[in-house]
Each structure stands twice: as structure tokens, then as C-alpha cells.
Design a protein around this ligand. Structure first.
Ligand SMILES: *[C@@H]1O[C@H](CO)[C@@H](O)[C@H](O)[C@H]1NC(C)=O
Length: 233
């Protein structure tokens, strides 16, 4: 009996991991997995990154994608997940503009170039547990590419941070992917503040090394999502 339970638990654990192989723009999904989204190293294991200071925290990609997709400024986007996103934790989206003379197909996203376009805040549910928008969905939460985003090529980074074990150092799990996009019909905003990956996060950030039970008692809105402030456009 014990053995059986053990293997059941293993199965459950594996299924709790996920990747984001498909970007959806205004309800139109990437034709095939990993077409404009860079295939991540965990394509098979689906495991998250636990140390937010390693170079994989940027895009976790094993290879670049074959294509770039056009995304109108103001578009609604989300990702399809391979499994249910069943852990508590925020979903955040970032953009980085591809420098002059480089292409989203090959640029690595290095430097102080990333700005955050959205994050999600928790609430405390009836069982007094922290819960985030999109939790238990197979799709990441929607966000809007700000209308003021200047036209041009970008890397778009999606991230879900699973915080169920985050009361221990380096036990938050980062699930993420980067897509190669071209923003069209953009505005003339000045995105910022900028951050780099790695660099944006420390293992001890209050939104990464965090006891959700304590935050729930203090009030869900006291949770501090890691990284720079959101650029509202
Ligand atoms: C997300 O955006 C799509 C349009 O791309 C829309 O059809 C869908 O209803 C939105 N989902 C939620 C949960 O708001």
C-alpha cells in the first residue's frame, strides 16, 4: 500500500510541472508548439527553475524559434500550458526590444532591457489560502500589450512563479518561456523601469522567499511580486 501511494504521489508531482509552448494572440494560437516560442530546456521534464539568479532565468531556451509573429499593440495575449497551472503564485509578462541591427530570431535578450507589462495579485480564498488569478487553468492569464509600446521586434517573456514551497530558500519554481514577436501599430511610449535577466531577482526577494501562510494572515495585498514595477504604457 505504501509503495502504491508513493508512486501515485510521484505521478501527481510530475503532472504539477508545465511548459508554455504556445502563444495565443487575440485568440489565434501559434500553429504548432514552439514555432515563435523558443523551446525550453524542460520540454520533457517540465521542471521549473529554482534558483532565480542563473542564466536560464532569462528564457530557459534550448534553441531559438523558427519564426516571428506579428502582435498588434493593444492585443490580448496568453499562453497555452501543457498542464494545469495548479500552484499558487503570480503570472508576470515582460518585453525586451530587439536592438537596432539585430533580429528577434537570434537576439539573446541580454542587458538591462526587460520591462514588465503585467503581474497578478492574490486574494485569500474561503479556506484562508492564497490564490492567484488563473490558478488551476490550462491557459495563462490574459494580458494586453500596451498600446503605447513602440513598434518593432521584441522578445516576450511569460513567467509563472509557483510558491507552494517558497518558505524554503531556492524552492520557488519559475516556469517561463520567451516568444519572438513584432509589435505593429505601436505607440510612442517610453517603457521602463528596465531590468536584466539574471539580475532582476534575488533568492531572498520577499515575493520569492515567502511563507504564503504568513502573507495570508497579513493580507493578500501585502504580497510583493518580484522584479521591476509594471510599465502601464
Ligand atoms: C482572454 O482573451 C481572449 C481574447 O484573446 C478572450 O476570448 C478570453 O475570454 C479572455 N479570457 C479571460 C479569462 O478573460
Amino acid at each position: 500500500m505504501k509503495l502504491l501511494l508513493g508512486s501515485l504521489l510521484t505521478v501527481v508531482t510530475v503532472q504539477a510541472h508545465y511548459t508554455f509552448p504556445k502563444l495565443v494572440v487575440n485568440n489565434v494560437a501559434e500553429a504548432k508548439d514552439w514555432t515563435v516560442t523558443r523551446q525550453t530546456k524542460n520540454v520533457n521534464t517540465k521542471q521549473g527553475i529554482e534558483n532565480p539568479t542563473v542564466s536560464d532565468i532569462r528564457c530557459y531556451n534550448s534553441q531559438n524559434a523558427a519564426s516571428i509573429t506579428e502582435v498588434p499593440a493593444g492585443a490580448t495575449i496568453h499562453y497555452v500550458s501543457t498542464q494545469q497551472i495548479n500552484h499558487p503564485g503570480p503570472t508576470q509578462y515582460y518585453l525586451a526590444k530587439v536592438p537596432e541591427g539585430k533580429s528577434a530570431e537570434t537576439w539573446d535578450g541580454s542587458g538591462n532591457v526587460w520591462f514588465k507589462i503585467s503581474t497578478t495579485m492574490p486574494s485569500v480564498n474561503k479556506d484562508k489560502q492564497m490564490s492567484w488569478p488563473g490558478q488551476n487553468d490550462y491557459l495563462t492569464v490574459n494580458t494586453t500589450i500596451p498600446a503605447a509600446t513602440p513598434s518593432g521586434e521584441y522578445l516576450l517573456r511569460v513567467e509563472h512563479i509557483a510558491l507552494h514551497m517558497a518558505m524554503q530558500a531556492n524552492k520557488a519554481q519559475f516556469y517561463l518561456a520567451c516568444s519572438q514577436i513584432k509589435v505593429t501599430g505601436g505607440g510612442n511610449g517610453t517603457p521602463g523601469p528596465m531590468a536584466s535577466f539574471p539580475g532582476a531577482y534575488k533568492s531572498t526577494d520577499p515575493g520569492i522567499l515567502v511563507d504564503l501562510g504568513k502573507v495570508a494572515s497579513a493580507g493578500a495585498q501585502t504580497y510583493v511580486p518580484p522584479g521591476p514595477a509594471v510599465w502601464r504604457g
